[in-house]
Design a protein around this ligand. Structure first.
Ligand code: RNT
Ligand code: ZN
Length: 423
């Protein structure tokens, strides 16, 4: 960046700083706080949730990545290179969220219930080098034993046991991540189980799932190394009429068994939002996991944009003082655009939303609200929307040595020409 550009960014920042200080906000302090927030970036945006077990296999489980953009990562080396590229364009230090299908088995066929920490050693080494934490997910989809859409709730005990063993193996891998990297791994359990058409027995599959989860979690693992989260869903492709792991099911399970609830933004009815659920759940539990995503008409997992719901999610976390108790994970996969750009856009938006929330004079707004002055509440909230957050954001990127404004796009385009287009 040339000096002139730098000076402009700095001057704009100083003007913005002044403006926010009138509201009692110290932007320097906000940026130091923002730098400490680690977003859990999902590895699966890089290869359309394919993994390395069977990269050309079909993605099943009722989730879909649509599009056929060139340059998809096909090997662990390519995927890591793409994530590395994305990370250089995202300010701050973050985490990587892996799925068990990203194991590296050296060409050997290792069944999912036999996976071991050693199959993730390259990922651990990679994370260590960067001082990053890892999060994890057992993969209960895209597998012959999940072909009929049932896994942990399957009526066949042998199939259920396979998936229980897979989840137990995954939990051990997660524990290893936590030990090696010095930060607890959040392990998230999502299963596709459900029925396309109207079931007769809604209870038995849920009882079986309850029992399977109890078996998976029967061994104590220190929360210093691993935290378990369970993710509900309202419907999936092929499970339109019934989902075993519904919201109520996992709410009950998590409360009773002291697990984290994972709220995915795309897993509720179309007008239902997760932002409103955070404060309710955190009234009763210590921590929560979010899968920040963007559903468009259905659970489509579009790249996260800076829309009202993203802002509301960030506001809830910041206003409620929940930053320490919320694990912010991303969950989207768009195969129709440059995948590195997708990561950069979505993650930068998540951080921007947090910045916006942190620049709000919440205490004074709370006072206005407590007095019943809803006129001022609305008026002020609307005015603050056009405060100069952009200047603070640009300065933050510059300060952390990351491309400012649209500059990152040029770098992604260059990477596309030099690397992605040659795959
Ligand atoms: C599926 C869930 C789940 C997956 C990932 C790949 O609807 O959202 O979290 O997207 O685990
Ligand atoms: Zn999810």
């Amino acid at each position: 960046m040339n000096n002139k550009k730098e000076t402009t960014i700095l001057n704009s920042y100083l003007a913005a700083k002044e403006k926010y200080s009138e509201l009692g906000i110290n932007t320097d302090e906000v940026l130091l706080k923002l730098e400490k927030i680690a977003i859990s970036i999902h590895c699966w945006q890089g290869d359309d949730v394919a993994g390395f077990e069977n990269p050309d296999g079909q993605l099943t489980g009722g989730i879909q990545a649509t599009g056929n953009y060139m340059g998809k990562a096909k090997t662990p080396q390519q995927l890591r290179a793409d994530i590395d590229k994305a990370l250089t364009l995202i300010p701050g230090k973050h985490r990587l969220n892996l799925h068990s299908i990203y194991a590296e088995t050296n060409g050997e066929k290792v069944e999912r219930n036999k996976l071991k920490p050693e199959h993730f050693q390259n990922w651990v080494n990679w994370a260590k080098e960067k001082g990053m934490g890892l999060d994890f997910n057992p993969s209960c989809f895209s597998h012959p034993l999940s072909a009929d859409g049932l896994t942990l709730s399957h009526p066949d005990k042998a199939i259920r046991d396979f998936w229980i063993e897979h989840c137990i193996a995954s939990r051990k891998i997660a524990e290893y991540f936590g030990k090696e990297l010095g930060t607890p791994c959040v392990t998230n359990y999502w299963i596709p189980d459900g029925y396309k058409d109207i079931p007769v027995d809604r209870l038995a599959p849920r009882q079986r799932l309850n029992d399977s989860l109890d078996q998976i979690f029967s061994e104590e693992i220190s929360p210093e190394y691993n935290l378990d989260a369970v993710e509900s869903k309202v419907f999936g492709i092929g499970s339109e009429s019934y989902v075993v792991g519904s919201h109520e099911f996992y709410m009950g399970y998590a409360m009773k068994n002291k697990k984290l609830i994972c709220l995915d933004a795309g897993h509720f009815h179309p007008t239902e939002v997760i932002s409103d659920k955070i404060s309710s759940i955190l009234t009763f539990t210590d921590e929560i996991l979010l899968h920040v995503s963007r559903p468009v008409r259905w659970d489509s997992d579009h790249v996260v944009v800076l829309n009202d719901e993203l802002r509301n999610i960030a506001e809830e976390i910041v206003r409620g003082n929940f930053l320490e108790r919320t694990h912010i994970g991303l969950d989207f996969f768009d195969a129709s655009i440059n995948r590195v750009a997708a990561w950069v856009i979505g993650t930068r938006n998540m951080i921007k939303a947090l910045l916006l929330a942190m620049l709000e004079p919440t205490d004074s707004l709370r006072e206005v609200e407590a007095k019943g002055d809803y006129t001022s509440r609305l008026a002020l909230l609307e005015e603050y929307k056009t405060y100069p957050v952009g200047a603070v954001w640009d300065y933050y990127c510059m300060k952390l040595g990351v491309a400012v404004g649209t500059d990152w796009l040029e770098e992604v385009k260059k990477y596309e020409t030099e690397v992605l287009s040659k795959r």
